[in-house]
Design a binder for this molecule. Structure first.
Ligand SMILES: NC(=O)c1ccc[n+]([C@@H]2O[C@H](COP(=O)([O-])OP(=O)(O)OC[C@H]3O[C@@H](n4cnc5c(N)ncnc54)[C@H](OP(=O)(O)O)[C@@H]3O)[C@@H](O)[C@H]2O)c1
Length: 429
């Protein structure tokens, strides 16, 4: 039997696109059915830039939309990035012209997933995005395929390698956020504009996609509660350590009777917990299902090789005609995403206060918390020089976020408290 050759058009030849160029040049026959996948046409910004393999024989397009519309490609791969602009225009063009699309673009899927799914379904072609979450570690297929026989109740993970690298370095080297960020940029772990990563937005894109797959709804990035790591101070890392915790940027989602909550917060995770022990740029995810129980995935969340492997796995799905809705139901039948109000969260918390060095402070703080209905689990006071007061830290038993916010407002107004108390959540995993 003659093998079919699938002609792949790739827009974006940077880290991931370069990795895919290299992989398919070496292994065009990687897909299970035995057909071949060959990149025949490409698009990027700079035609003369050196790529990992010679692209002079490939058809070049300055405009990714023109590549997406080209009649002589069978699969369009989008590796440009960004929720809007050329990436979105090209994916829409490819779907409208009836081409299967593979993308690594989490921002695009988190923000426009439902409308793109409708386009894909109208054209009867797949829209696949394994590489968009956890890079080479197969979280999307895990939820889309392997877990459909279960009822997933919650997910929690470390989905941004840059943040985990920075937090790991802050802890192991005792250095400030801004210093470590500069090093991370110099080493290529962080972008020149780090906002998407350190602001928690990248992790929020990813957990929004996973929430949609886990709970069978459309992704709703706008409903995510997002807090980044730029406010994490060395003092919090040291205090948390004394209490037996490590700080991690935890992206989580759960389904409750009220709806779906999607959150990204720097959170305390107890030493010994697999998420606390996930260091450097590694990604990790807990999946909790009613029947399967708990599954823990850990692996590379970025990098040319691992991410290109995930893109290739999606290309193989197209080549083997794997058929599933983009999310868990046809786009028109996806139930609306009902977001849980942030104030409905119930969980344990860490509060750091800067107080005057005088007697009666602890009593004033404890009384205020008791009046608000916040029950204290532990107290820690640490002598620290040059901070203009005495830092004290307390952890609470589980408390509603609305009660906690009220307590923080009241603590801030106490004359012995010198600044607004700092809140970090204790991860419920
Ligand atoms: N890097 C990772 O490890 C990783 C992991 C998971 C997912 N992703 C996702 O994969 C996608 C690509 O990421 P990346 O790290 O490979 O990005 P990158 O290294 O910055 O590469 C982006 C590519 O897009 C091209 N490009 C930018 N604007 C363009 C335009 N207007 N028209 C045509 N081409 C344009 C660039 O061209 P030039 O090369 O000519 O400048 C470059 O080749 C993103 O959605 C990202 O979130 C990345």
């Amino acid at each position: 039997m003659t093998k079919k050759t699938w002609r792949i058009g790739v827009a974006g030849l940077g880290t991931v696109g370069g990795g895919l160029l290299e992989f398919l040049a070496q292994r065009p026959d990687f897909a299970p059915a035995g057909d071949r996948a060959v990149i025949t046409a490409v698009s990027a910004r700079n035609r003369t830039r050196q790529r990992p393999v010679d692209i002079s024989s490939l058809t070049w397009f300055d405009d990714p939309v023109a590549l997406a519309n080209a009649p002589d490609i069978d699969i369009f791969v989008e590796l440009v990035g960004g929720s809007d602009g050329p990436a979105k225009a090209a994916v829409e063009a490819a779907l409208k012209s009836g081409k299967p699309v593979v993308t690594a673009n989490k921002a695009l899927i988190a923000v426009h997933g439902a409308e793109l799914a409708a386009l894909a379904e109208a054209a009867g072609v797949p829209l696949l995005f394994e590489a968009a979450v956890m890079g080479g570690t197969p979280a999307v297929k895990m939820l889309r395929e392997a877990m459909v026989g279960d009822d997933v109740s919650a997910l929690a993970g470390i989905l941004n390698g840059t943040c985990n690298f920075i937090l790991s370095e802050m802890e192991s080297k005792g250095r400030a956020f801004a210093d470590v960020l500069k090093d991370a940029q110099a080493m290529g772990y962080a972008e020149a504009d780090p906002t998407t990563d350190v602001g928690g937005f990248d992790a929020a894109h990813k957990i929004s996609i996973l929430a949609a797959l886990a709970f069978g709804c459309a992704p709703n990035f706008a409903a995510a509660e997002i807090e980044g790591i730029d406010g994490v101070e060395q003092l919090d890392i040291a205090m948390a350590k004394d209490l037996g915790y490590r700080i991690r940027l935890i992206a989580s989602t759960e389904r409750t009777d009220d709806g779906v909550a999607v959150r990204v917060h720097p959170s305390l995770v107890a030493f010994g917990h697999p998420l606390a022990e996930t260091r450097g740029a590694t990604n990790a995810l807990f999946i909790e299902g009613a029947r399967i129980g708990r599954i823990f995935l850990q692996g590379p969340g970025a990098g040319a090789g691992p991410t290109a492997a995930a893109v290739a796995a999606d290309i193989a799905d197209v080549m083997t005609h794997a058929k599933r809705p983009v999310f868990q139901a046809p786009a028109g039948q996806l139930p609306p995403f009902i977001a849980v109000a942030p104030t409905r969260r119930v969980g344990k918390a860490y509060l750091r206060l800067l107080v005057k060095d005088q007697p009666g402070v602890i009593a004033a703080v404890s009384e205020t918390l008791a009046e608000c209905g916040v029950s204290i689990d532990s107290f820690l006071q640490k002598p620290v020089e040059d901070v203009g007061g005495v830092p004290i830290v307390l952890t609470t038993h589980a408390v509603a976020e609305s009660v906690l916010t009220d307590a923080i407002d009241r603590l801030e107004r106490l004359p012995v408290v010198l600044e607004r108390p700092k809140l970090l959540r204790i991860a419920r995993i």
